[in-house]
Design a protein around this ligand. Structure first.
Ligand code: ZN
Length: 442
């Protein structure tokens, strides 16, 4: 029975289907909107019937097919969530919040108590997760069901053990596309945003981390999933370090309150990116040469820190690596990108100081922390470097307690709006942090 509470799944997705199916509610999989169109009730996307008809006459949805095909011959099975019952939940967190974190944590709890939604805009390296603990604890004690979702699997993998450690006696489950463990009912759940497509009026509180990250940002399918996964009376909590214009606008329209945490837990200002002209960087790399501004910058930065070089395309990365190797023959370096099978090993290698230079695509723009690094964005004027990407990349520097004088450099041959916006946003946060007394001057 419990297996179907708050779920909306196909027969083939149910573990123990015989006993459950008889008692469950059956819901349609698709809605015939009109003569020509049909809407999938798992992902909400509308299809033209002629394009999605199967040879047996049924219709299917191509949009959410990665979760298993939904078609009009099937039904969804569902059971409503039970009424929440007050209980005691062991809370094992012994850490302390900074003044800034505490303020946000209090605002968040107040919102949840009122059943309101809230957006938390906390700078990179602010310590977002700790601010959630008290609210999660409150919710679990109320008997609520709480979900923490992120568009990125690696974020979920990192969050799960941290949250589990705070609530050691609370059953919790981690759900993502590549997991082997079967589904079971828990009040506390960490999952990728795609997994929300399998829930229906399940959560009293749903926290979505990295709302500005791919694939969640501006994705109607996942936004539909969120809307369906929460109860009618519930709180949605969004976390971000780099809100997009659309999300800010949407929040304003929906009256979502915003908490801003403009400073990191170590009370130092965010490093402000500096820009440097680098003439024809693309052409030079294509010819197998390394731009002299880049070489000079690597040399100075390496006196104090290791160097992460962000490169706009995989094709350029290999050429860049060869060119840099020629200039720095004795320096251990590597390059890493999304299709790299040794991606995890290389990231670990950089963490363990096996390399002094790591050339990377935007895959390392968020979710990773290295000790003692400076960052160069080569070709910061390339369109892949949107404002949010640049802010996140700059946020890789100076995340640890110990200060290492890490720097952020945008090398470019034509300043873009995204570059200017990123610098402006970082400066604005520093200004806010100073005004609120959350930053110590060095
Ligand atoms: Zn669908």
């Amino acid at each position: 029975m419990q297996e179907l509470w708050g779920r909306k799944v196909l027969k083939k997705e149910i573990n123990d289907n015989k006993s459950i199916i008889a008692d469950s509610q059956k819901l349609p999989t698709m809605d015939m909107l009109n003569e020509k169109e049909i809407q999938c009730l798992r992902c909400g996307q509308i299809q033209r019937k002629v394009l999605v008809q199967l040879s047996n006459g049924y219709y299917f949805c191509p949009e959410c097919i990665q979760l298993g095909r939904v078609d009009t011959s099937q039904e969804f099975y569902h059971l409503p969530e039970p009424t929440p019952i007050q209980r005691t939940v062991h809370f094992a967190w012994k850490g302390a919040l900074t003044q800034g974190q505490q303020a946000v944590s209090d605002e968040l709890l107040a919102s949840v108590k009122k059943g309101e939604s809230r957006m938390i805009w906390a700078v990179t390296g602010a310590g977002k997760t700790e601010m959630l603990f008290k609210t999660i604890h409150y919710c679990l004690e109320c008997g609520y069901r709480v979900g923490v979702a992120s568009p990125r699997v690696d974020v979920c993998l990192e969050l799960f053990p941290r949250i589990q450690a705070v609530f050691p006696d609370e059953p919790a489950i981690l759900l993502h596309g590549k997991m082997d463990e079967g589904y079971r009912y828990t009040k506390l759940l960490i999952c990728t945003t795609h997994q929300l497509l399998r829930f229906f009026q399940a959560f009293d509180v749903l926290i979505i981390d990295e709302v500005d990250a791919f694939p969640f940002v501006d994705n109607p399918l996942l936004q539909y999933a969120v809307k369906k996964a929460i109860k009618n009376k519930s709180s949605l909590i969004y976390l971000t370090a780099t809100p997009t214009e659309t999300s800010t606008k949407r929040n304003r329209q929906n009256n979502v309150q915003i908490s801003i945490l403009p400073a990191r837990y170590h009370r130092r200002a965010l490093p402000v990116p500096k820009t440097k002209w680098c003439h024809h960087w693309r052409e030079k790399i294509k010819k197998g040469r390394s731009p002299k501004q880049l070489v000079a910058k690597i040399r100075t930065l390496m006196n104090k820190n290791d160097v992460l070089i962000f490169c706009p395309s995989i094709a350029l990365m290999e050429q860049l690596k060869n060119a840099i190797e020629k200039k720095f023959p004795k320096v251990p370096l590597a390059c890493v990108h999304s299709q790299d099978s040794e991606r995890l090993e290389k990231v670990l290698g950089m963490r363990n100081k096996e390399y002094r230079i790591l050339i990377t695509s935007t895959i390392l723009e968020r979710g990773v922390t290295f000790d003692g690094v400076s960052v160069i964005v080569l070709g910061a004027n390339h369109p892949v470097f949107a404002t949010s990407a640049l802010v996140q990349i700059a946020g890789r520097v100076d995340r640890r307690m110990d200060y290492t004088a890490g720097e952020v450099w945008f090398l470019h041959d034509g300043c873009t709006r995204a570059m200017r916006e990123a610098i402006k946003q970082i400066k604005k946060m520093n200004r806010l942090g100073r005004e609120r007394g959350l930053i110590d001057e060095m």
